[in-house]
Design a protein around this ligand. Sequence first.
Ligand SMILES: *[C@@H]1O[C@H](CO)[C@@H](O)[C@H](O)[C@H]1NC(C)=O
Ligand SMILES: *[C@@H]1O[C@H](CO)[C@@H](O)[C@H](O)[C@H]1NC(C)=O
Ligand SMILES: *[C@@H]1O[C@H](CO)[C@@H](O)[C@H](O)[C@H]1NC(C)=O
Ligand SMILES: *[C@@H]1O[C@H](CO)[C@@H](O)[C@H](O)[C@H]1NC(C)=O
Ligand SMILES: *[C@@H]1O[C@H](CO)[C@@H](O)[C@H](O)[C@H]1NC(C)=O
Length: 137
Amino acid sequence: MQLTTLLPLALSALGLANAAALEKPANWTATGWNVECSPGGCIYEFNITGAKTDNTPAFSTHCEGISPNATVCDLKNITARVKPVVNPIWNVAVQHKWSIPEPQYNSQSDYWQSGSVNVTETAKSFTIVPKSLYGVA
Ligand SMILES: *[C@@H]1O[C@H](CO)[C@@H](O)[C@H](O)[C@H]1NC(C)=O
Ligand SMILES: *[C@@H]1O[C@H](CO)[C@@H](O)[C@H](O)[C@H]1NC(C)=O
Ligand SMILES: *[C@@H]1O[C@H](CO)[C@@H](O)[C@H](O)[C@H]1NC(C)=O
Ligand SMILES: *[C@@H]1O[C@H](CO)[C@@H](O)[C@H](O)[C@H]1NC(C)=O
Ligand SMILES: *[C@@H]1O[C@H](CO)[C@@H](O)[C@H](O)[C@H]1NC(C)=O
């Protein structure tokens, strides 16, 4: 894969009918947010779903890990990283990755979207507004 072609996606690459879909990504919704700290570290969990849009596949998965390292969720396309900000606030970052085969070039295009939010420990749910879509051809 050639990493030098990292760029915000051109509309033509996506075959988009219009630009609106890129400007308003679907928010990701997390439920079941829970953090428990012990001398061994702080374990977090949450479920997260993202609706299908013109440009992104839908997903729904359960994420669990130990702060602060990034951990792959049950669905391998999703990676989560939870870091303490200031007690009792945590920064939750989520990345969604997927690939689309490009048979005519005998290769694939990789895409990703990510976003983060600061969440209170006692919250039950939260929303992440994902940033723009990126791709590597
Ligand atoms: C996404 O969430 C943000 C902040 O929570 C809100 O302002 C925005 O309207 C939401 N966007 C959509 C498309 O629901
Ligand atoms: C989270 O998802 C798992 C399955 O992936 C489900 O068993 C669990 O009930 C869900 N929890 C919440 C709070 O939605
Ligand atoms: C987090 O990552 C660092 C660097 O890779 C590693 O040294 C550390 O053991 C990891 N911590 C946990 C809790 O996995
Ligand atoms: C997960 O990744 C695979 C391989 O890139 C892709 O085919 C699939 O559509 C992705 N699924 C989601 C929900 O992103
Ligand atoms: C979370 O809080 C930290 C510290 O106040 C701030 O630097 C960061 O921008 C915040 N992140 C988000 C996504 O709001």
